[in-house]
Ligand binder design. Structure first.
Ligand code: HEM
Length: 497
């Protein structure tokens, strides 16, 4: 044995290959003489380097930069003052004090896996609850609204915000070329360029499901519901200058803040509050309740507490847990359902589609993703299949189909009536009729405190200064429709008449 570290390394188990063979020399390749050349029969080296060559999987196409932690959700058993069973039969909410284990991943959206955490960008707020009825995922953001309302536009909005395909730099001219032709985005842009556009860290930010979902009770009756996670210590955000000062010293501050807080026992906590609306079109409202560019006004639809979420355990391996965790909007449990929001349907296809590519077709077999309940499925094989696929003791291992006369998985009995919404209409391609693109954006502008309005104008003017006159004019036109003063101040900042 000829080592170059003189056996000076610390104590620990002896090194093996992945085949379980002892590694006697981890420093010197097998060579002809000590000067080389290297011989090919170098199993340990070939395995080591070729596994290393494959250490990365594709990044998430969006939300690549993230941090995560384990925790629990504790139900109040009520929604506000009412028993929650009135609205939903979802088991995780029913019993006061009952805890459901969960995992959270927070992220920024646009840039790559090690990009700064101080950028003006929405923050992802993705949650996986390992409930007794299987997994529930809520894949939300910190802001309560979104840029677009049709899934067809998602690749476009993301391309416009991502770095330029030629220069590889994010470019305000590309962003506002798209945004100035997308009036639906004015509400989101008003939030994003205000001081609410850069959360101070992950612990002090809000989480919002953005879409309307449904809750279904034991009678099969449904209501529309929106989810909000309110940080216990309040929300905190950064001005552009504050963010730049942090970024000058630390581009990992949010990941560090979350990890260190949990490590020292200062567990971040949020209260889950929901807004409830009777299912239906609600013609009395000046917005469509299914429109993800709109907030349900809290004065009309009060936020009602349902439970609390606490993060109390750091991941032990970033890649295995935070990188490979896979959330999706289709992952609902009994007592929940989809609303008809067409943006939501687009997302529900996209998430598990990208995860089969990003992590692999058996991503649901990984410990971070698999439910904590029994899984009996006839899905078989594929890359990296490792579950003993017939999970039940008395199950006939020859049967991987349904129906069968043998002992094999069969359809589950329903405990409750299903929810059967009625839909009818012509099959068309058309924007929703109640767009009201400017109303809530203008109301938001007026609701900001004067210093927040000043920041918003400064940030927007700074970005739009880089754009062509035609884009500036279009943006001023939209912002003026939101609020005359809003448009005027941006125009003045740009030096336009
Ligand atoms: C049609 C619209 C949308 C589409 C097609 C879409 C698609 C995607 C895709 C493909 C990913 C990467 C997932 C992965 O690789 O695991 C992703 C991540 C994510 N998206 Fe969306 N998205 C849309 C809208 C939204 C909206 C409205 C929100 C917030 C309410 C949102 C929140 C997130 C979050 C939080 C993640 C990161 C999840 C994680 O931490 O792993 N997305 N999205």
């Amino acid at each position: 044995m000829s080592q170059s570290n003189d056996g000076q390394s610390g104590k620990g188990p002896s090194l093996t290959t992945r085949q379980g063979h002892p590694v006697y020399d981890n420093n010197n390749n097998r060579t002809v003489g000590d000067r080389g050349p290297t011989v090919l029969e170098n199993y340990h080296f070939l395995e080591k380097i070729s596994h290393f060559d494959r250490e990365r999987i594709p990044e998430r196409v969006v939300h690549a930069r993230g941090a995560g932690a384990h925790g629990y959700f504790e139900a109040y058993g009520t929604v506000g003052n009412e028993p929650i069973s009135r609205y939903t039969r979802a088991k995780l909410f029913q019993k006061k004090g009952e805890r459901t284990p969960m995992f959270a991943r927070f992220s920024s959206v646009i840039h790559g896996g090690h990009s700064p955490e101080t950028l003006r960008d929405p923050r992802g707020f993705a949650l996986k609850f390992y409930t007794e009825d299987g997994n529930w995922d809520l894949v939300g953001n910190n802001l309560q609204v979104f840029f677009i309302r049709d899934a067809m536009k998602f690749p476009d909005v993301v391309h416009a915000f991502k770095p330029d395909p030629v220069t590889n730099r994010q470019d305000a001219r590309r962003i506002f070329d798209f945004i100035s032709l997308t009036p639906a985005a004015m509400h989101m842009i008003t939030w994003l360029f205000s001081p609410w556009g850069i959360p101070a860290n992950y612990r002090e930010m809000r989480g919002s499901g953005v879409h309307a979902y449904k809750w279904v009770n034991a009678r099969g009756e449904a209501v529309l519901v929106k989810y909000h996670f309110i940080p216990k210590g309040g929300e905190r955000n950064l001005t552009q200058e504050q963010a730049q000062a942090i970024q000058a010293k630390d581009f990992n501050h949010a990941t560090g803040d979350l990890y260190d807080a949990i490590a020292r026992g200062d567990f971040p906590e949020w209260e889950l509050q929901v807004q409830i609306m009777e299912d239906g079109e609600h013609p009395e409202l000046d917005f469509d309740p299914l429109d993800a560019t709109k907030i349900w006004p809290p004065e009309q639809f009060p936020l009602r507490p349902v439970g609390r979420m606490v993060l109390d355990r750091n991941p032990t391996n970033y890649f295995a847990e935070v990188e490979q965790v896979a959330f999706g909007t289709g992952v609902l449990v009994d007592g929940m359902d989809f609303s008809d929001d067409k943006l939501l349907q687009g997302r529900t296809f996209s998430y598990s589609d990208t995860q089969r590519y990003r992590v692999g077709p058996n991503y649901l077999q990984l410990p971070i993703n698999r439910p904590r309940t029994r899984v009996s499925t006839n899905q078989r094989d594929g890359q990296m299949a490792f579950d003993n696929q017939n999970t039940e003791q008395d199950q006939n291992p020859h049967v991987n189909y349904e129906p069968s006369m043998h002992s094999a998985p069969r359809e589950a009995a329903r405990d409750y009536p299903g929810h059967h919404p009625k839909v009818s209409g012509e099959v068309i391609r058309k924007e929703i009729s109640r767009t009201n693109n400017y109303g809530q954006a203008g109301a938001r502008y007026r609701a900001f405190q004067p210093w927040e309005r000043d920041e918003l104008i400064k940030n927007l003017v700074g970005a739009l200064k880089q754009c062509d006159r035609a884009i500036q004019d279009r943006m001023v036109h939209h912002l003026t429709q939101c609020d005359a003063e809003y448009g005027k101040r941006v125009a003045q900042g740009l030096g336009l008449a």
